[in-house]
Write a protein that binds this ligand. Structure first.
Ligand SMILES: NC(=O)c1ccc[n+]([C@@H]2O[C@H](COP(=O)([O-])OP(=O)(O)OC[C@H]3O[C@@H](n4cnc5c(N)ncnc54)[C@H](O)[C@@H]3O)[C@@H](O)[C@H]2O)c1
Length: 402
């Protein structure tokens, strides 16, 4: 890839200090693209420029050190700097509102900020997860304001925390609102991804949402079966192990657990809104997954006087080996328990919060311990026999309990 003239950059990653943006920015910089991280979060920019990442990303800090030393990474919080780039990748958050509808205003606000500085010879690659039809909407938004800037949609499909490895190892979906946009997107991702798969913008929008909604529904299926089997007095994880033994057709059934975080529910709801609120499977999946903490609390409330019970939640991140607490169901569980009068303690191995206690302190102070997320650090944890344990994931060494 030919480098742009001195003082300019090849790629500007808008939202580059976020989870999706930083992994891509590091991979691009490492692949020889002069990369500019443009983000409104100045504190995160300062942290990254100082050689640290604001959150966990596998191999991230080592790669950051390398690209900073090579001078391939620059930082800005000024929208004006977008003018320096040949490619503009947009990775900002795309939340849903309180009625579960996509918030397009986040994107339009971002484009309003960039608009005065966008050039017709640039290519924008929209990478945030968007509702079906959003790429066309943004394309019209640009054209209505006199911009000829090319627009591509290339969704991110990596697992959070492993982005650096997966961007290089997975096929990249490519789409654009013009053949020129597709050619430009292929040129960029062709340099870093295993392969590129070309599709229409609407296909690419659905592809990303279907991936996440399908996973969300799969987890809901196992979570509902968990509640049924456990309510019948059996151990669901034990049942799964016996049921799956030498039985390939059941290999893909996932274990139970809190299913949350910033993507799976939001993206299922984007399809729900698109389908005019007639996406029964998605809707039911949300009811089941979001209802799991209620199931746990109701069972405990039958067993204990929660007003006199101290409950410790081990793991506040939304998934294992992550420090990301966004939309974690451990917090919903904690709120429900407190509402029932319980005294609640939180602990996590990666997420930092001055109100959290260590796992040892939590165990020493609790009558009930609930595993909120299956961090590896809990696998060897000895829990005294006097403590009631709720361990959906079967991460604790149950047999070794003393
Ligand atoms: N987190 C994931 O694992 C993941 C995976 C695939 C896709 N996605 C999608 O990627 C998008 C981003 O998710 P994320 O988890 O990285 O979010 P994030 O909140 O971690 O990062 C977004 C970044 O954008 C910045 N930002 C917001 N508005 C801006 C603006 N106007 N100009 C410049 N910067 C701005 C924020 O400061 C933040 O640093 C979402 O659409 C999400 O659904 C996320």
């Amino acid at each position: 890839m030919t480098k742009t003239p001195a003082g300019n950059c090849d790629v500007c990653v808008v939202g580059g200090a976020g989870h999706v943006g930083i992994a891509l920015a590091l991979v691009l910089a490492d692949s020889g693209f002069k990369t500019l991280i443009l983000d409104i979060n100045k504190a995160a920019l300062e942290t990254i420029a100082a050689g640290r990442l604001p959150f966990f990303e596998e191999g991230g800090e080592a790669l950051l050190e390398k690209v900073l030393a090579g001078g391939g990474l620059a930082f800005s919080s000024d929208a004006k700097s977008v003018a320096q780039a040949t490619f503009v990748v947009v990775t900002i958050g795309t939340p849903i509102d309180e009625f579960h509808n996509p918030e397009v205003s986040n994107l339009t606000r971002c484009f309003d900020e960039l608009m005065p500085y966008l050039r017709d010879d640039q290519t924008i690659l929209l990478r945030s997860t968007v509702a079906p039809g959003t790429t066309t909407y943004i394309d019209n938004y640009l054209r209505d304001r006199g911009k000829k800037t090319r627009l591509a949609f290339c969704p991110e499909r990596v697992v959070q925390g492993k982005g650096i490895a997966e961007i290089r190892a997975l096929p990249q979906l490519i789409s654009g609102t013009s053949p020129e946009a597709v050619v430009a997107a292929k040129k960029l991702f062709g340099e870093i991804a295993l392969e590129v798969v070309e599709m229409l913008p609407l296909e690419a929008e659905f592809a990303k949402l279907v991936c996440n909604a399908f996973r969300y529904i799969q987890f809901a299926a196992t979570n509902q079966l968990y509640m049924m089997v456990e309510a019948a007095g059996l151990n669901y994880v034990g049942l799964l192990a016996k049921m799956k033994r030498h039985y390939p057709r059941m290999e893909s059934i996932p274990g139970p657990g809190f299913t949350a975080g910033p993507c799976l529910m939001k993206d299922t709801m984007q399809l729900f809104a698109f389908q005019k609120h007639d996406f029964i499977l998605g809707q039911v999946a949300m009811t089941i997954n979001e209802g799991l903490p209620n199931f746990i609390v109701e069972r405990l409330a039958r067993q204990f006087d929660l007003r006199k019970t101290r409950v410790g939640i081990l793991g506040m991140a939304f998934k294992a080996e992550s420090d990301d607490i966004r939309d974690s169901l451990s917090y919903k569980l904690g709120k429900l328990l407190r509402f029932h009068g319980a005294q609640v303690f939180y602990s996590d191995e990666y997420a930092k919060d001055p109100t959290f206690v260590s796992k040892e302190e939590l165990i020493a102070s609790s009558d009930v311990v609930i595993v909120g997320v299956a961090h590896n650090a809990y696998r060897q944890l000895q829990i005294p026999a006097r403590i009631e344990v709720v361990d959906l994931w079967s991460v604790l060494p149950a047999k070794e309990r003393s």
